[in-house]
Write a protein that binds this ligand. Structure first.
Ligand code: NAD
Ligand code: ZN
Length: 389
């Protein structure tokens, strides 16, 4: 089987892969699933995580495996990297500051400078790191790809704020102006980043990939699409649309859906993302490359809110106040055929994944709702705007 991440090559029974992993952000959603998978495959695992309070309000979460070494520290501290990287073969760099926050410096510091310190430490101390897998994001694309009925394929451009203020949320064809349908977005789509998080992830990805070319140390960048599943913070009101909608519904409040609710995203289950990480760590064909990690399926955000309400047994319609976030994409469906050629295919469909996620949510007991207050703050800072209609 091509996408095995087991410890042994099936026909030789001898370990063929490096054995020690550093998972930064290993207490978080994606990192913790990478930790579990790597442990199950026989790796020695170290976690570096600062247990950021916004994500981990109650401190170290119970899912952090005791089989892994835990280093509590901040990626913005060079000394922390020196300690964390000692004896490591492969780094899975997941720690990042995420979401739609008004801070600018903290994003660049955590995601840009934090990554730069890791790269400098490995290079300057001549550490025998054999591969760095860096968590990038679909957010590095300015927009998804689209198809005009008459003019065919094009890469979308960020919609002007004046258009969104008129309540026109569609992506228009640059040739004829027709509203166009989303199409799968490949890795050649223009990148740049239209919000601070996206810019910081772009910086992170570019730093890592170019450093890899310069040093000869293999780097792989994975551009994840929207990832969800058990362990997604129920405290952090700025990330994860499924987690946010669930905490609203659990508190008998309507999910607040931006734009007209017909914007769409590619939602991928966290275990699939973790599997993609182990796959590229074990496959030298991945070295030096950038891969989308997604399902290729579009989920409408309004439909998602209704699906979650139905599954939670709450007859609550989403609230669609016509608000929008400048710089946000209209649609992003991942074309994951490049990583597909290495043998990767997602295994958990949306319905199944949401079921598993809701089972986990129910086991967490009462859930507080942090979104309302967060949204008021984002309006004040103009991260969220309202259409004039
Ligand atoms: N979840 C998604 O939808 C998604 C999509 C695309 C990309 N990503 C990327 O995947 C990675 C993991 O995201 P996640 O969803 O698991 O997020 P998460 O918030 O669940 O986990 C991130 C972890 O990093 C830790 N962390 C944050 N800042 C840190 C710092 N300065 N020093 C040390 N640790 C720090 C946090 O405590 C947390 O445990 C991130 O790089 C993120 O940008 C996530
Ligand atoms: Zn057209």
């Amino acid at each position: 089987m091509n996408d095995s991440d087991g410890p042994c090559h099936p026909d030789t029974q001898t370990p063929r892969h490096p054995r020690t992993a550093l998972v930064t952000g290993g207490a978080g959603l994606i990192g913790s699933h990478i930790v579990d998978r790597a442990l199950a495959a026989g790796w020695d695992v170290r976690i570096l995580d600062n247990l950021q309070r916004q994500t981990h309000r109650d401190g170290k979460p119970p899912w952090v495996s005791r089989e892994a070494e835990f280093v509590r520290g901040d990626v913005r501290n060079r000394k922390v990297w020196e300690r964390a990287l000692e004896g490591i073969d492969v780094v899975f760099h997941q720690a990042a500051y995420g979401g739609y926050m008004p801070e600018i410096a903290k994003f660049i510091d955590s995601n840009g400078v934090g990554t730069a310190l890791m790269l400098e430490t490995i290079r300057d101390r001549e550490l025998p790191v054999r591969k760095v897998v860096v968590a990038s994001s679909q957010a590095v694309y300015n927009e998804g790809a689209y198809r005009c009925p008459d003019d065919g394929h094009f890469y979308g451009r960020t919609r002007p704020i004046a258009q969104l203020e008129r309540g026109d949320f569609a992506m228009h064809c640059p040739t004829c102006g027709a509203a166009s349908a989303p199409a799968p977005t490949d890795e050649e789509a223009p990148t740049g980043g239209e919000n601070v998080y996206a810019i910081s992830k772009m910086v992170q990805e570019r730093l890592a990939v170019s450093w890899g070319r310069a040093t000869g140390i293999p780097v792989v960048a994975l551009r994840y699409s929207c990832t969800y599943g058990p362990r997604q913070s129920l405290f952090n009101p700025y990330t994860g649309v499924i987690a946010i909608f669930c905490t609203r519904l659990a508190n008998d409040l309507p999910p607040v859906v931006y734009e007209d609710g017909r914007q769409s995203r590619d939602l991928i289950y966290v275990e699939d993302v973790a599997r993609a990480n182990l796959l590229v760590a074990n496959d030298p064909r991945a070295d030096g490359q950038i891969f989308n990690v997604g399902t290729g399926e579009a989920a409408g955000i309004g439909d998602l809110a209704r699906l979650l309400a139905a599954k939670l047994g709450k007859p609550i319609e989403p609230e669609i106040p016509g608000a929008f976030r400048p710089g946000e994409m209209r649609a992003l469906i991942s074309d994951a055929s490049r990583i597909g050629k290495l043998g990767f295919a997602p295994r958990v469909a949306l319905d199944e994944g949401i079921g598993r996620y809701l089972d986990w949510v129910r086991a967490q007991g009462p859930i507080a709702e942090y979104f309302g207050r967060a949204e008021r703050m984002l309006r004040r800072r103009r991260v969220v705007k309202r259409a004039r209609q």
